[in-house]
Design a protein. Structure first.
Length: 400
């Protein structure tokens, strides 16, 4: 076995982090994590690849502004620089797809001060979509993860119309990405099973585990609807690797093959990969495996994780960097709370993992639970009572 990595569970030493708050400070934190001065918005070429084959040259931001009526030019010019760039980039796509008249209408009806925030609420692909911001369902002034790159613990949910549109978009992205897709999951994926988390601080939190009393052993907990949906999507060949920050082994119980699961932070019932403390070193072979996928994945779907500065965050960080350079489907974030990565995600979906994955699985055409995945999960549970399984040595190429 290789010598232990000098990096620990908790942080990536080569990246300087700042404590995010809300608004501009949250966006700045995302940029620091990516290690670039500012997120690179989709260029004209980026929009070009997303439009019809007949589309030729797109208007630049400056030329588009000159095409607008004088009063509209003034309106755009008065926007903050970043918001102005966002608006013009988004409306260049509208010009190609629906014409200048529709682009003018889009600019005229965009509330000032919100267009520049579309990336924070919806991701880079949400620019120009006209989606309304998510609703605040639980407010909190407390920090979700004190001591980490975390924001307040307020919770947000997309409107039903926006959620449905995002589910359709994610399904298309997922099919394009195929087996080059990596899951990156945190505690929010498992709260519906009865497992608590650290981040749900709001007094009226809608996190599923709030207000319920856990009974029995945590080793006997059952997978959530979202776990079953993900296992069904894997059965269709659309997941290459699952980076599991949780220790609960619900992914295996749902039927995801053990060969695709990297329990980077350790797991219950595993004597070879025990649960890690924040200052522990990660297992070298699992770290090599994670780094290999971080470099190659086309899309990372992050579910129920605060993305607060763990070493393993290099997976979403890497895919977001490539998307900023017009490669792959990018980073998709699913959850209730804000993260430092929201404005560099390609798609941001707000809500409970179970609710969102139910819609996405339906759009992909999955039956949940999938019979074959469910049978595999039952076999794993039978063969490994009380989560007893010792993780074998992995190679960086597994299971590529």
């Amino acid at each position: 076995m290789k010598a232990a990595h000098a990096t620990s569970y908790g942080r990536t030493p080569s990246v300087t982090y700042s404590r995010p708050g809300s608004g501009d400070s949250a966006r700045a934190a995302g940029r620091n994590i990516l290690g670039i001065a500012s997120p690179q918005r989709p260029s004209a070429d980026r929009y070009k690849t997303k439009t019809n084959a007949e589309a030729r040259d797109l208007p630049s931001g400056a030329s588009l502004r000159m095409m607008l009526p004088s009063e509209m030019q003034e309106m755009v010019f008065q926007l903050p620089t970043e918001a102005r760039e966002h608006s013009l980039a988004a409306d260049a796509d509208v010009v190609v797809q629906r014409g200048l008249e529709e682009a003018i209408r889009s600019i005229a009806h965009a509330p000032r001060g919100t267009r520049g925030d579309a990336d924070r609420w919806h991701g880079l692909l949400g620019q120009g979509a006209g989606w309304s911001p998510p609703k605040v369902v639980a407010r909190s002034q407390e920090t979700a993860r004190p001591g980490y790159d975390s924001q307040d613990a307020s919770e947000y949910v997309d409107t039903p119309e926006v959620l449905k549109a995002k589910a359709k978009l994610l399904a298309k992205m997922w099919i394009r990405s195929g087996p080059d897709t990596v899951l990156y999951t945190g505690a929010g994926l498992s709260t519906a099973s009865g497992i608590g988390d650290y981040a749900s601080k709001a007094s009226n939190s809608i996190a599923p585990h709030k207000g319920r009393t856990s009974v029995g052993s945590r080793l006997d907990l059952q997978p959530t609807l979202a776990h079953h949906a993900l296992a069904a999507i894997e059965e269709k060949g659309l997941i290459g690797n699952w980076v599991q920050q949780n220790h609960d082994r619900l992914a295996q119980k749902a039927g995801c093959p053990q060969a695709k699961i990297n329990e980077i932070h350790g797991a219950w019932g595993d004597m070879k990969n025990q649960v890690k403390m924040m200052d522990d070193l990660l297992r070298p072979d699992l770290m090599d495996w994670l780094e290999a996928w971080a470099k190659r994945t086309s899309m990372c779907v992050a579910l129920g994780t605060s993305l607060c500065g763990m070493n393993a965050d290099q997976v979403p960080r890497g895919v977001a960097e490539r998307f900023a350079r017009s490669s792959g489907e990018g980073l998709v974030i699913i959850g209730l709370q804000q993260t430092p990565y929201d404005d560099v995600a390609s798609l941001r979906i707000w809500g409970l993992c179970d609710d969102i994955m139910k819609l996405v699985a339906k759009e992909i055409g999955c039956k949940v639970p999938d019979p074959r995945a469910a049978q595999r999960g039952q076999q794993w549970t039978s063969q490994h009572p009380r989560c007893s399984y010792n993780t074998k040595i992995r190679a960086a190429k597994d299971p590529m």
